[in-house]
Design a protein around this ligand. Structure first.
Ligand SMILES: Cc1cc2nc3c(=O)[nH]c(=O)nc-3n(C[C@H](O)[C@H](O)[C@H](O)COP(=O)(O)OP(=O)(O)OC[C@H]3O[C@@H](n4cnc5c(N)ncnc54)[C@H](O)[C@@H]3O)c2cc1C
Length: 544
C-alpha cells in the first residue's frame, strides 16, 4: 500500500496535520481503535491562548517558562504562543463552538500557573468539541483516507531494510511502516513519502492514569527502535486526584473541588496537607500529588480521602453536577462521604525530539502532539498548553512538508518487503500479556512514580529489563496481536522513562528524587537518548 503522507493517530495532532496536508497530498491516517478514542476527546479544561486585551504574549511566554523550570526552548515557546490565536481562529472557522461570554466574546477561563485569563473552552468538554470538528472535516475530505483498528507496528527506514543503522540518524530515511489490521490480523507494509507520529502519550505505563487505553507510547517506542533521538522522558505530570475504583479507571476529580474547600485526609481521617505546604490543600498540583504519594507510601494505604462533606449538599451538587453524578454511579455520594482518590499519570512532557518543523532526527519522520518533545514544556507543562502545541505544530509540519514537497516527490526506491511471520504460532497463553502488562505498570507506579530515589530506579530498571527480554521472546515466537504490540511498546517506553530518570541527578520540574532534592545547574539540559547509545548500531534486524 502506498500513500503520500502516513499519519499515525487520530487525535488533535494527527487530524490537524491530515487536514492541512490534504491541501497538496493524499493522506492516510491509521488509528488503533475508533477514531475518537483519544486523549484529545477527554481534554476538559481548554486551550491556552492570548486573546484578551489585558493579556500579552510576553505574559504567556513568561508563565510557560516559569512552569518549565529552566528547560523550555525559548524560541519554541515564543513561536507556539504567538501562533496560538491564529490556530484558535482556524478551529472556529471550521465550526468549533467554544463557550462565549454574555458580550459575545470568547469566555476565557483561568487555570493554575497562568497570570491571566486565557483558556478557550467548550464548557468542560473542550477536547470533545475539537475532536468532533476535526474528525468531521477529515471524513468529508476525499484526500484523507482513515483506517480505524489499524495499529502501527514498526517503522521502516533505509537502515532497517539494509540491516544496519547508519552512524547518524540524519543519514537514514523513513520509508513507511508495517501496520497491523486488528480485524483480519494481516500486517500491511505501507510505503509513504513521509510519516508523522501522532500517537499521543504513554499514561498506560502507570497503574493509575487519566489517559485512555490507547496511550501506550507507541510513537516513541517506534521512533526509538529505528534510532531517532528521544528526550526528557523523566518528566511525567501526575494529576493529584483520580477516583480510586476498579471500574472508574481514569475518572478525574477536578482540582476545582479542592478549590471549593475539599480537604485531603489519610484513611484515619487526618488532614495532612498542612505538613507539606503553607497553602495546604490549595498547594500547587505537583506538591499535592507528591504529598499524597508520600502518605500512601508511608502507611502502605491504597488511596487517600478527599472530603467535602462539610459543605452544604446543595452547593456541591450545583457546583459539580457531573462529578457528583459520576461518583454516585460508582457508589459514592460525595455530599455524605469522602471520596477515595489516588494521583494518576496525566501528561508526558518528553517524547520524540523534534525541531520547530516537527522533524525528528530521521529524515522523513515527523512527530507531533504529546508524542513529540519540541521543548515547549521543558521540565513541567503549563496547564492547557498541550492542545495549543498540537495545533500550532501540526500547522507548521504541514507547511514544512508543502515547502519541501518537490524534493520528497519521488517515491523512495526501496520497496517494503512483505511482513515475514517467521515460525510464529498462535499464542495459547494470553495470560502472559496481561500479567506482564500489570507487572510493568505496578513497577513503574511503585518505583518510578512521583517521588524517586536511585535505589527505586535501579530496582525498576533491572525488573523492566527482564520483562523486556521476556516480551521480546514472546514477540518473536507468537503471532502479532494488538495487545502484544502495545505490551512491547509499553515495556520499551518504561525503560526509556527509567533511563532518563537515572541520568538526571537532580530534582527539577516534574522529576523529584529524594537523593538529589535540589536543582543543579550542571543538569540544566535535556536528557537525550537513542538506541545507538544502548545497543550499538549493528542492531537493526529487519523484523524489529
Ligand atoms: C483527562 C485529560 C484531560 C486533559 N485536559 C487537557 C486540557 O484541558 N488542555 C490541554 O491542553 N490538554 C489536556 N490534556 C492533554 C491533551 O488532551 C493531550 O495532550 C492531547 O489531546 C494529545 O493529542 P494527540 O493528538 O497528541 O494524542 P491523542 O489525542 O491521544 O491521539 C493519539 C492517537 O494515536 C492513536 N495511536 C496510538 N498508538 C497507535 C498505534 N500504534 N497505531 C495507530 N494509532 C495509534 C490513538 O488511537 C489515538 O487515535 C488532557 C488529557 C487528559 C487525558
Amino acid at each position: 500500500m502506498q500513500t503520500d503522507v502516513l499519519v499515525i493517530g487520530s487525535g488533535v495532532a494527527g487530524l490537524t496535520i491530515a487536514l492541512k496536508a490534504a491541501r497538496f497530498a493524499n493522506v492516510t491516517i491509521v488509528t488503533k481503535k475508533e477514531a475518537d478514542d483519544t486523549s484529545t476527546t477527554k481534554a476538559q479544561g481548554g486551550i491556552a491562548s492570548v486573546l484578551d486585551d489585558a493579556d500579552r504574549f510576553e505574559y504567556h511566554i513568561r508563565d510557560t517558562l516559569t512552569a518549565g523550570a529552566g528547560l523550555c526552548r525559548e524560541d519554541v515557546v515564543e513561536v507556539i504562543v504567538t501562533e496560538g490565536p491564529r490556530a484558535i481562529r482556524g478551529l472556529i472557522d471550521m465550526g468549533a463552538h467554544f463557550t462565549v461570554a454574555e458580550n459575545g466574546d470568547l469566555d476565557l477561563g483561568q487555570e493554575g500557573g497562568h497570570s491571566h485569563r486565557r483558556i478557550v473552552h467548550a464548557q468542560d468538554m473542550t477536547g470533545r468539541e475539537i475532536q468532533r470538528v476535526l474528525l468531521e472535516a477529515a471524513l468529508r475530505s476525499d484526500k484523507v483516507h482513515l483506517l480505524e483498528h489499524h495499529t502501527a507496528l514498526n517503522l521502516v527506514t533505509a537502515g532497517t531494510l539494509s540491516g544496519t543503522l547508519p552512524e547518524h540518524p540524519s543519514e537514514d530515511r523513513c520509508l513507511g511502516c508495517y501496520v497491523h489490521d486488528t480485524k483480519s490480523g494481516e500486517i500491511i507494509p505501507m510505503l509513504a513519502r513521509s510519516v508523522v507520529l501522532a500517537t499521543g502519550g504513554a499514561g498506560k505505563v502507570y497503574l493509575y492514569t487519566s489517559n485512555p487505553d490507547v496511550a501506550s507510547g507507541a510513537g516513541i517506542a517506534l521512533a526509538y527502535r529505528v534510532g531517532a533521538d528521544i528526550a526528557n522522558m523523566e518528566f511525567i505530570q501526575f494529576h493529584p486526584t483520580c477516583l480510586f475504583h476498579p471500574e472508574a479507571k481514569s475518572f478525574l476529580i477536578s482540582e476545582a473541588v479542592r478549590g471549593e474547600g475539599a480537604i485531603l485526609r489519610t484513611l484515619d481521617g487526618r488532614a495532612f496537607m498542612e505538613d507539606y505546604h503553607p497553602m495546604k490543600d490549595l498547594a500547587p498540583r505537583d506538591i499535592v500529588a507528591r504529598a499524597i504519594d508520600s502518605e500512601l507510601k508511608k502507611k502502605g494505604d491504597d488511596f487517600a480521602l478527599l472530603d467535602i462533606t462539610h459543605k452544604p449538599a446543595r452547593e456541591i451538587i450545583e457546583r459539580f453536577p457531573n462529578i457528583y453524578q459520576q461518583c454516585l454511579d460508582y457508589g459514592f455520594d460525595m455530599t455524605k462521604e469522602p471520596l477515595p482518590v489516588v494521583p494518576a499519570a496525566h501528561y508526558l512532557c518528553g517524547g520524540v525530539l523534534t525541531d520547530l518543523e516537527g522533524k525528528s532526527t530521521i529524515p522523513g519522520l515527523y512527530a507531533c502532539g504529546e508524542t513529540a518533545c519540541t521543548g515547549l514544556h521543558g521540565a513541567n507543562r503549563l496547564a492547557s498548553n498541550s492542545l495549543l502545541e498540537s495545533l500550532v505544530m501540526a500547522d507548521r509540519i504541514a507547511l514544512s512538508l508543502e515547502k519541501e514537497w518537490d524534493s520528497l516527490a519521488s517515491p523512495p526506491d526501496d520497496e517494503i518487503p512483505p511482513w515475514d511471520p517467521g515460525d510464529s504460532v498462535d499464542s495459547d497463553e494470553n495470560v502472559v500479556i496481561t500479567h506482564n502488562w500489570d507487572e510493568i505498570r505496578r513497577t513503574m507506579w511503585n518505583y518510578v512514580g512521583i517521588v524517586r530515589t536511585d535505589r527505586r530506579l535501579q530496582r525498576a530498571h533491572d525488573r523492566i529489563l527482564m520483562l523486556k527480554k521476556e516480551v521480546e521472546e514472546y514477540y518473536w515466537d507468537f503471532k502479532i496481536t494488538r495487545e502484544l504490540i502495545e505490551l512491547r511498546n509499553l515495556v520499551s517506553v518504561s525503560l526509556l522513562i527509567v533511563r532518563c530518570a537515572m541520568e538526571r541527578k537532580e530534582s527539577r520540574g516534574l522529576h523529584y528524587t529524594l537523593d538529589y532534592p535540589e536543582p543543579d545547574e550542571a543538569y540544566r539540559k535535556d536528557t537525550v537518548i537513542n538506541r545507538r547509545k544502548y545497543m550499538g548500531k549493528q542492531n537493526a534486524e529487519r523484523r524489529m
